[in-house]
Design a protein around this ligand. Structure first.
Ligand SMILES: [Fe+2]
Length: 316
């Protein structure tokens, strides 16, 4: 329950202008390309070739083989609302117009990596920064940096859900606080286990809403159906103390009961107190099941015990 002491979130910050970063705040030193301003927004979206568009179409078709019955209904509805099946890489201006009508969000083109504070600032203003480039046939299955397919196909449909859209804005606001306490790693884990790899309990069963799951062919099956991973009900405090895997399938997924619950857990959390109490590193291993967990399925961890990625282990 909210009490007066823990509802003082973010009212102290004005997000209209890019706030100054204090000297005590550490951010990764990224060199800003000369053609972008302080907001890091590209002057225009890339002019894609017909090969680029056909790569998008092939990726889209592959996901549509896998996602029905595995993706959250909010995601499938988002694809429809934005008419993403019309073919080709969407034009961000048109996409933003549609999205603006639905939830007041827009999509803006940015270089591959942008500084954390700029990313948070855009989210806090309901702008989703999306990478411009698209992978090639050679890098079809594995890309190191998120491309336009991951960012637009994976993330943007969820922004049509009004509650999830609000959650993303809250996340951007929470980012400022995390930077001041030097707890970006913990907030990063929350993003990872919700926005990228989140699962939701629906009437028909567990479904995926995380973009990292939905934009690739293997993890949708693994996250939703495999015996190997743990599935645990999401608890924001617990998740922010949990390590995660960057370049392999996750040993553990966290499940929300609804987007309302996710939003509530985030806005009602006293992040000042949480950040003060968090250790700088993670407390829990990514495969751990702990006493306080509300466990949906305890996984066998067979995939990771057999060596995971590169070992030939089947994602079962
Ligand atoms: Fe992403």
């Amino acid at each position: 329950m909210a009490t007066p002491e823990n509802t003082s979130h973010h009212t102290d910050t004005d997000f209209t202008a890019l706030p100054e970063l204090g000297d005590e705040v550490f951010t990764a030193p990224l060199a800003r390309p000369e053609h972008v301003g302080e907001d890091w927004v590209e002057p225009a979206q890339t002019n894609y070739t017909s090969e680029d568009h056909s790569v998008w179409n092939a990726l889209f078709a592959r996901q549509m083989e896998v996602l029905p019955g595995r993706a959250a209904s909010a995601f499938m509805a988002g694809l429809d609302k934005l008419d993403l099946s019309r073919g080709g890489i969407p034009e961000f201006g048109e996409l933003s117009e549609e999205l603006d009508k639905l939830t007041g969000w827009s999509v803006i083109p940015v270089p591959m990596l942008i500084p954390d504070h700029v990313f948070f600032w855009h989210l806090a203003n309901r702008r989703f920064p999306a990478g411009n480039f698209i992978r090639t046939r050679e890098t079809f299955d594995y890309i190191q940096e998120p491309d336009v397919f991951h960012d637009v196909f994976g993330h943007v449909p969820m922004l049509t859900d009004p509650v999830f859209a609000d959650y993303m804005q809250e996340y951007g606001r929470a980012g400022w606080k995390a930077m001041r306490y030097n707890r970006l790693k913990a907030l990063g884990a929350l993003y990872w286990y919700t926005v990228e790899f989140g699962l939701i309990e629906e009437a028909e069963g567990i479904r995926a809403y995380g973009a990292g799951i939905l934009s690739g062919p293997t993890e949708a099956k693994f996250a939703v159906e495999a015996q190997s991973p743990n599935r645990i009900m999401l608890n924001v405090d617990r998740v922010m103390r949990t390590d995660y895997v960057i370049s392999d399938l996750q040993p553990t997924y966290f499940v929300i009961e609804s987007f309302d619950d996710l939003y509530r857990q985030t806005v009602e959390r006293d992040f000042d107190r949480l950040y003060r109490n968090l250790a700088p590193g993670f407390t829990y291993a990514n495969s751990a099941v702990i006493d306080v967990d509300n466990v949906v399925n305890r996984g066998t961890q067979e995939y990771h015990l057999r060596g995971g990625n590169g070992s030939g282990a089947a994602p079962i």
